[in-house]
Every structure is written in C-alpha cells, then in structure tokens.
Write a protein that binds this ligand. Structure first.
Ligand SMILES: Cc1ncc(COP(=O)(O)O)c(C=O)c1O
Length: 415
C-alpha cells in the first residue's frame, strides 16, 4: 500500500467513526446531487453540532463551528499536551505535526513539501506578499473586492520598497469567464510581478475562473497568489489543478477546525524566491523556512486531523453540492422579487454557499440589525467596494426550514 492509499484507509476508518456507520454508508452510496436535497441526512449531520437554539446562524463565513466530536478530540489534545509538557514538545510534536501536514497535503492534492500549516489566511498570504524581493517600480495587481488585510500588506510594501499596487473591480455578474479574465489582463503591465486573486470573493461569494486567470498571467510572466480563505473544504478541488504559484486558506472556516489554523501552499519552484518573515536555518528551497513561528498551541494543529476525518466522512463533492443547493434554494426564491438586490452571480457555477442580498431603501447595517432583532437571523452587513447588502452563509447544518424563515423575512421587508 502506498503512502497516499494508507492515509486514505486510515482516513476512511476515522471518517466512519465520526459520522457513524449508517450515515457514512448512506453518504458513500448516494450521488452528491441526490444527497444534496435529502433533509433527513443533513438533519442527522446537523445533530453532530451543538448550535445556539435562540437564533438562525447564517453567518458561517467568519468561522464555522467544530462538530461536537471534533471539539471533544481537540480538548483531548489539549489535555494530552498538557500532561506530557516538554516531553511531548521535544519527542512527539514533530512526528504529530508532520503526520497532520501530510494528511492536509493529501486533502489539498499537493506534496507535503509544498504546504505548511499556518495560523490563518492572513499569515499565509502576508508571508508571500512580504517575502517578495520588491524593487522600486515593481507592480502588483489586486481587486477592490479583495480582503483588507492583504491589501494593507501590499500597501506596506509600497511604502517600504516603492513598489506600486494596481486595483481592478471584479464584475458582479459576468456572462463568461472571459469577461473576468479580460479585466485582470488589462491591468497587467511588463512591470507586474504578482497578481492576487480571490478563489471566492468574500463579500459576494463569486467563484472566479482561477485556472484560466493563472494561465493568462503566466503567459505574461506574472506569478499568481490565490486567496482561498473561503474556498478550501468548501469547493471540491485540488490546489495544483488551479495552476497557481501560491495559495492561502483558513481551516477554521470551511474545514471546521479549532480556531487559528490555516495553510500556505507554495509551488516547489517558487519556495527559494521567498524571504521568510522569521529567521530559520532550513535550506532556502525548503518550505518550512516560511513557518518558523516558535512555540505554538500545537493542539490546534492536532485538531485538524479530526476535522479532516469529519469532512471526508461527508465527502468534498457531497458537501459542495449541499452548500450550493442551499444557496440556490433561497436565492431562487428571491431573485426577481421587487426591491430585492442580489449581489452574487446568477450563474450557479459561479458561486457556492455564500451569497449577498440587499433590500433597496434599507442600509446594509440596518438590514443586518432588523434581521437579527426582529427575525432572529444572524448575518453580516457588507457596505463597500460596490457591494451593499448582507452576506448570507449557510453551512452543512443549515436546514431549508431556516432558509424559508429568512426568505419570508426578506419578502416582508421588501414589501
Ligand atoms: C477573502 C478573505 N481573505 C482572508 C481572510 C482572513 O482570514 P483569517 O482572519 O482567517 O486570516 C478572510 C476572512 O474572512 C477573507 O474573507
């Protein structure tokens, strides 16, 4: 048995343990599109989480709760590390972390030599942005709809090294991949060294044609860094298939790990070109040089393995199908209703769980407040970069009955 098959078989056994034999067997034998609409199955999955009963949580974009069993396993890791103390750190930690990293790399479809565990997307992507050897006049391209922390890191490089940042606007409802591609292509110049793109726009849920953009940029000699904060373990994909140079994601979002876990993927031949943030004695082409963060709550990293088991019990394709079904379920009932403004592409292939909706005449902040105070629905207001509405993010534990309540509330407000 090769390493990948071995990890898969270990994963299969622990996956079954997490979901239980019956649910696991049902998930394995049912096609994603069919399972996506099976409320009984997803109701049973919901039972694996402890949810606040007093409101409907449609704000799973910030972070996603751990299933109870993952949480218990995490607490067990805290206890084990605490009992063993320095002996754990000196004699066990290294092997444990390598095993988790290897398992994560298998999920990402890349080599463990191209992936490190970070605290979050911010740390992962900022490591790349500050790791470039920027020269005055070098250019980077990004979107106004990108996440603020990364934009701030680019601005810092501009102040420090005299590099230049160029901004584009991502079309809200493109009719083709080419429409998006052309917007980015038009911003590249012979001085552009790095293009940052979101895999999924965090404020609208828009999924970009990442591979086509990477191929276009590479043909012009430009490297591409993908912000996958919302895409990893949400969309079903393998990082190398995107053809990007760098990829960062947060695992406490869609993988439902303990808070404070993320990944940084760097394509093997790009590792040597990055300066680390912290000093490290590893070889210049060894990715661990980018990950020297000192003593760290290792139990968070250990919990990743349990979260992967839960994720794999459902299966990436089935999870993606359910999440897309849930979004289309509620947006389908609201598109075209007078005064309802959808801020997410209409083409179902260009989004998944996340969508954004506004009501004409109600400011996003007020809409969020009314939805929570009057209707007990928790969302988040987005009011900038051309997007005005509330971001609505169901998760695997969201029911169609909850979405019906949300749709009813919005229809009342629009009327
Ligand atoms: C697109 C995007 N990038 C990066 C981040 C930062 O994630 P984290 O705070 O986990 O580093 C977020 C957070 O929501 C995000 O939406």
């Amino acid at each position: 048995m090769n390493k990948r098959d071995f990890l898969k078989s270990v994963g299969g056994a622990s996956a079954m343990m997490f979901l239980g034999p019956q649910l696991y067997a049902q998930a394995q034998r049912t096609a994603p599109a069919v399972l996506a609409e099976d409320e009984a199955f997803w109701g049973a999955v919901r039972g694996k989480f402890r949810l606040a009963p007093e409101y409907i949580n449609l704000e799973n974009g910030f972070y996603c709760f751990q299933p109870e069993e993952v949480l218990e396993a995490f607490i067990g890791h805290v206890r084990r590390v605490n009992v063993m103390g320095s002996r754990y750190m000196r004699t066990v930690q290294g092997d444990d972390k390598l095993r988790v990293r290897t398992r994560l790399a298998a999920l990402a479809g890349c080599s463990p030599a191209e992936l490190v565990i970070t605290r979050n997307t911010t740390e992962a992507l900022d490591t790349v942005i500050q790791g470039f050897d920027w020269k005055p006049g070098d250019e980077a391209v990004m979107a106004n709809q990108d996440y603020g922390a990364m934009i701030d890191q680019f601005k810092l490089q501009a102040r420090r090294f005299g590099m230049v940042n160029r901004f584009i606007d991502i079309p809200m409802d493109p009719k083709s991949d080419d429409e998006v591609l052309q917007v980015y292509a038009a911003a590249l110049t012979p001085k552009t060294r790095l293009l940052m793109i979101p895999h999924m726009v965090n404020i609208t849920g828009h999924v970009l044609p990442v591979r086509a953009i990477c191929d276009m940029a590479h043909a012009r000699g430009v490297q591409v860094m993908v912000d996958g904060a919302h895409a990893f373990a949400h969309l079903d994909f393998r990082i190398p298939d995107l053809h990007c140079d760098y990829y960062g994601a947060s695992l406490h979002k869609w993988l439902s790990t303990p808070l404070g876990a993320g990944i940084l993927y760097v394509k093997q031949d790009r590792i040597a070109g990055l300066w680390p943030i912290y000093g490290d004695g590893s070889a210049v082409d060894n990715i661990v040089k980018l990950n020297h963060t000192g003593t760290h709550p290792v139990h968070t990293d250990l919990g990743i393995e349990n979260a992967i088991a839960f994720h794999e019990a459902i299966g990436g394709a089935r999870k993606q199908a359910r999440l897309r079904f849930l979004q289309n379920y509620w947006t389908g009932k609201l598109r075209g209703v007078p005064k309802i403004v959808m801020n997410t592409p209409a083409d179902p292939a260009r989004s998944c769980a996340i969508a954004n909706v506004g009501v004409a005449g109600i400011a996003p902040g007020d809409l969020m407040k009314i939805l929570f105070e009057k209707y007990k629905v928790w969302t988040v207001a987005i009011d900038g970069a051309g997007v005005h509405g509330v971001r609505v993010t169901p998760q695997v534990y969201t029911t169609t009955a909850e979405l019906d309540a949300f749709v009813k509330a919005l229809k009342e407000l629009a009327a």
